[in-house]
Write a protein that binds this ligand. Sequence first.
Ligand code: ZN
Length: 336
Amino acid sequence: MKQRLLWVILLISLVLLLMRNLFDDVVSPLETEVRIQTRQVAAKIFATQNDVMPPTHSRANEPTKPIEPAAVVCAAERHDPDAIQYVEELLQELSDELTPYHGQLSNLAALELYLPTELEEHMPRIKSLLTQSYSEYRNAFALSARRRFTVNMVFAPNYATSFDDLASRLGVDPRGSQGFYLGDSNTVLVENNSVHQALTTAVHEAIHVYNYRLVGVLPRWLNEGLAEYFEMLASIKLAGKGQVLSDKTQPLEFSVMLSSEAQWETQSRDQLYFSARVWSQFLMTHVQGRNALKAILHAEAQTPCTTLTAEHIQALMENHFPLYEQAFFNWWQALL
Ligand SMILES: [Zn+2]
């Protein structure tokens, strides 16, 4: 009798256990809906990117991460299918003047170049400069692409009005600029006054793409500062020298840079570019400065759709480089 009771208890326990497992597998309708939406969002991301299969043996493999939740994909969703189609049609129209070349910056990052005749012989140099800048950027800040992306880069032919004309057709004001990264169509446009200018501007604009793809939206001073810094490195590689830091201009203080966002479209723009370049160069040449930049970029990457507050960046800077103001002063004095 006692044995039979034991068997009954065992049987009931088994049934209970089975039922629990069964219910664990049941997904509520709400959860199913979320799963479907997530899948749709994922499908949308892939559809809006010019997906290129990576080569099987890439030298610069990046870790492939799973698709992130919907809240984190805002940046990739910003591309406008109409704008992409418009650029495709424009390139089709210019197919007699611009030759397309394909390359890979890494297993996740593809490169599509559109070159006018006079730049075709420089194609290997352009590819290698962009590949180098991508791996230098990734190594300096220990960052990887959030997902597969393509750098679409169009170089204007070198006759007088070609850059202005293309910029206007893409809806941007060409005055005072040598290149653009247009987020809505994921297109970079580069002016071509000389080979040196075209190649260094290409690196500058590519850094904007890397910032956007590996980190997200950044404050203007940081976005431009990094672009200017890597442009200078490219200039040194090409000609043995970068832009000279003029002793006539005094760079803005770091705290002023942090609150400069609204001033970038005003007359003080030149001084802002200059100061952003000087601060990036200073930070990149100090171990603590690099660590501070890395910490700022990693914190920015946590919220790719928004920028950190000035207070947050200031705090990260002080944590990683407590005596940065004194160090900056000494570094600047030594340069003059
Ligand atoms: Zn820029």
